[in-house]
Design a protein around this ligand. Structure first.
Ligand code: AMP
Length: 379
């Protein structure tokens, strides 16, 4: 048994005696980016399919028949040809011949509803189940939490690596441990900020999130994005951990007249903050360079617009350059790293944005708990 008491592929093989001739269902995260041209749908990035190959091949090498299942996009609980798995099936057929792929799990509302009938359908004729869909494991959906209660189950290699890297950040990080958080919505991240403050030595906050903290400090924030109902919570966090929390000391954004400008921490009326300023970018970079462990989630500004990409680029560069153990939590920060060509220079890029934050916050996920409890979790 490995990290977190969750059965591994080896445990599954032991439990089943042998995998030869066994039918194994693998829940994968094949929610790949797609490009549409009329009726023609193409995969623009097969990263998520390639990420599942170690698990799929390990099972096939031992003689198992491998059936995969995934969601793709948001088809809203009914069959929708725009979200057919067919383009994924074509690529999977090239990368892992012989592996079957079921139709989009979210064509049935019972997937997200964790419906018993859906679970029964999934495990019919199946000897064992493997969860390798880290990015979906924070959801108590049928294909994530159902099969482990019915058939021998394990985590795949990709899920295992995520757990083995992320869980120790909560308990035994090499110090100093620095977290850098950004992105647009502070409400999404308040839980993880609270939890991280128990373990980190420093927490740098950029992105639109910083304006709710500025508002909590009584600063004027102009027309910047902020969440008025979270100001009180941010004030509480600042009172609890003023020393550990690093907020930007300057901001780049647009004046009321729409010109790019650099401001201090008090924004004039009508101005909108869209990136951390050059001073803050240097400070955050220094904080990262002094760390021995770094966790980064969320861009420092509206990096999709080159005028507001400098803060995110500086943090990405520091995360890439430092000798510290570096973990980047999915989503936009992974996209930013890739856009800057720095994704090979970090130790781990998580395949799950929401899942990695929830695992850091709570130390567990519904999908992991289901694997750990196994068939004793039934009822
Ligand atoms: P999230 O999904 O919460 O990680 O937010 C990511 C998005 O936040 C990106 O698309 C950024 O463009 C956006 N963002 C970051 N900083 C700002 C800001 N200061 N103002 C507006 N949007 C921002």
């Amino acid at each position: 048994m490995s990290a977190g008491g969750i059965p591994t592929l080896e445990d599954l093989e032991t439990e089943l005696g042998s995998l030869a001739g066994k039918r194994i269902l693998v829940r994968t995260d094949f929610n790949t980016p797609l490009e549409r041209e009329g009726d023609d749908v193409r995969i623009t990035d097969d990263f998520r399919i390639r990420a599942a190959l170690p698990t799929l091949q390990w099972l096939q090498e031992r003689g198992a028949t491998v059936v995969t299942a995934s969601h793709l996009g948001r088809p809203e609980g009914r069959p929708d040809p725009r979200y057919s798995m067919e383009p994924v099936r074509v690529r999977l057929g090239e990368l892992a011949p012989g592996v079957e792929l079921l139709e989009n799990l979210r064509f049935d509302p019972g997937e997200e509803g964790n419906d018993d009938a859906v679970i029964a359908g999934l495990v019919e004729g199946i000897d064992g189940y493997v969860n390798d869909a880290f990015g979906a494991s924070h959801r108590a959906h049928a294909s994530i939490v159902g099969p482990p209660r019915r058939v021998p189950s394990a985590m795949g290699r990709l899920l295992q690596r995520e757990v083995e890297i992320l869980l120790p950040l909560r308990t035994a990080p090499k110090r100093p441990f620095v977290a850098v958080l950004g992105g647009a919505k502070v409400s999404d991240k308040l839980g993880v900020i609270g939890a991280l403050l128990d373990t980190v030595d420093a927490l740098a906050i950029g992105g639109a999130m910083c304006f709710t903290f500025f508002a909590a400090q009584g600063h004027s924030i102009g027309d910047s994005l902020f969440e008025p109902d979270q100001v009180g919570t941010c004030r509480g966090l600042l009172e609890r951990a003023a020393e550990a929390i690093h907020l930007p000391s300057d901001i780049v954004g647009l004046t009321a007249e729409g010109e790019v400008a650099t401001f201090g921490t008090r924004l004039p009326e009508g101005a909108k903050g869209l990136d951390i300023g050059p001073g803050s970018a240097a400070e955050f970079g220094d904080v990262v360079m002094e760390a021995r462990t770094v966790f980064w989630n969320g861009p420092m500004g509206m990096f999709e617009d080159e005028r507001f990409a400098a803060g995110t680029r500086a943090v990405a560069q520091a995360v890439a350059n430092t000798k510290a153990f570096t973990v980047v939590g999915g989503g936009d920060s992974a996209a930013a790293l890739a856009a800057f060509g720095l994704d090979d220079d970090v130790d781990h890029v998580s395949t799950g944005g929401g899942a990695s934050l929830e695992l850091l916050e709570l130390g567990d996920l519904p999908g992991l708990a289901a694997l750990r409890e196994g068939r004793s979790g039934d009822g």
